[in-house]
Write a protein that binds this ligand. Structure first.
Ligand code: PMP
Length: 427
């Protein structure tokens, strides 16, 4: 490993005062081994570590940096907002502007509440669904991630039962007991649950394109059937569009697949790289939130002026740049390049992509759920990851993550990435 000295020292120093040396677990390189790179700066499609090495970045902060890093207009918008005060704890006109932009784009959203993270958005959505339906049971799907609130940390119970076991310490059995986790893309499993427990079901929460087990698109008709079954059983359908929102299409996955959820969770792109999330949906449900209604939710930094300014500017630039056609074109180039290697070398690998979200699975596929997503060898992935890093390509340090392409990536960098993959996969 070249020149990793400064990162190594920084990591050792961090480990003394920060658990595991990082403020979010996957940054620690736990599943690939080695020392995480400490980042000094970033611009466009590149990040630079404190050892001075530059990488083409496919993490893109796990999604927010859809325009690339340090986009000059976003930086200027944040600077201007900061100069006028960084937080007031009182209403601002900018928040209404961002809410209007969201309502105009996302087909199912009539009203929206701004929060500070994706986790807050999903927590609020589930609380609203429980209040609105007067029921407790939540259905999620194996391999989907919805933030770190208690009731999402649930391992799939065998079969369809509730009473799942928590998958981490510190989570009361009672919090996990009201969550069922079912296989993704498996309508039969959900139909069975509906038959047995449909009258207890408050909501189904789903990533409309799963992107936290690697990219797994919904099977044809899957989202439509979830919608129909939720309606049939009086349950709400929640789309967690924290990754897909403002990325797979202007109005998110619900626009792409033509299915309207009752509630939508947003984050990442909508905050332009600053801490911001949002939950939105039908006015009748959203108006249950305090101060109008009886569902409590609040936040000191909610609708923060800097985050709102970054989000507004990001959405504006996306519209101006005809972004989604371009992102599709870039994603397709990367997919074709990687698929070409897999075919030429007859590798047991498969490429999965929706727009600018892509995963190279080191297993033959087809990848349709968590079981098939997890079929590849973790050691093979670790070797591939480190070889790519040596070639100057920064991939997500886990086989279960999406690669994020931004508008700042250019054809030449994608070609360089494919060439690096060709060499890395020859090892
Ligand atoms: N939902 C999804 C689909 C996510 O990918 C994430 C974060 N990766 C979250 C929710 C949680 O968002 P945050 O990390 O901002 O709390």
């Amino acid at each position: 490993m070249l020149n990793g000295e400064k990162s190594r020292e920084a990591f050792e120093r961090a480990e003394k005062v920060i658990p595991g040396g990082v403020n979010s677990p996957v940054r620690a390189f736990g599943s690939v081994g080695g020392t995480p790179r400490f980042i000094a700066s970033a611009a466009g499609p590149h990040i630079v570590d404190i050892d001075g090495r530059r990488y083409i970045d496919y993490v893109c902060s796990w999604g927010p940096m859809i325009l690339g890093h340090a986009h000059p207009e976003v930086v200027a918008a944040v600077q201007e907002a900061a100069a006028g005060g960084t937080s007031f704890g009182a209403a601002t006109e900018r928040e209404t502007l961002l809410a209007e932009e969201i309502v105009e784009r996302v087909p199912s959203v009539e009203k929206v509440r701004l929060v500070s993270s994706g986790t807050e958005a999903t927590m609020t959505a589930v609380r609203l669904a429980r209040a609105y339906t007067g029921r407790d049971l939540v259905v999620k799907f194996d391999g989907c991630y919805h933030g770190h609130a208690d009731h999402f940390q649930v391992r799939a119970g065998s079969g369809l039962a509730t009473g799942s076991i928590p998958s981490g310490a510190g989570i009361p059995a009672t919090a996990a007991a009201a969550t069922a986790s079912l296989p993704y893309n498996d309508l039969g499993a959900f139909e069975s649950l509906c038959r047995e427990q449909g009258s207890e079901l408050a909501c189904v929460i789903v990533e409309p394109v799963a992107a936290n087990m690697g990219v797994v698109p919904p099977a044809e008709g899957y989202l439509q059937e979830l919608r129909r079954l939720c309606d049939a059983h009086g349950a709400l359908l929640i789309f967690d569009e924290v990754i897909t929102g403002f990325r797979v299409a202007r109005g998110g996955a619900q626009e792409l697949y033509g299915v309207k959820p009752d509630l939508t969770c947003m984050g990442k792109v909508v905050g332009g790289g600053l801490p911001l999330g949002a939950v939105g949906g039908r006015a009748l449900i959203m108006d249950r939130l305090a101060p109008l209604g009886d569902v409590y939710q609040a936040g000191t930094l909610s609708g923060n002026p800097l985050a709102v300014a970054a989000g507004l500017k990001t959405l504006e630039v996306l519209d101006r740049e005809n972004a989604f056609a371009r992102l599709e074109q870039l994603g397709a180039q990367l997919e074709e390049g990687l698929r070409g290697i897999v075919e030429r070398k007859h590798l047991p690998a498969s490429v999965s992509r929706v727009g600018s979200l892509l995963t190279l699975f080191l297993s033959p596929g087809p990848v349709v759920d968590f079981t098939s997503a997890a079929a590849g060898s973790r050691d093979d992935f670790a070797r591939f990851f480190h070889a790519m890093l040596e070639h100057g390509i920064y991939l997500p340090p886990s086989p279960f993550e999406a690669w994020f392409v931004s508008l700042a990536h250019e054809e030449a960098q994608l070609a360089e990435t494919v060439a690096a993959a060709e060499r890395a996969l020859a090892m």
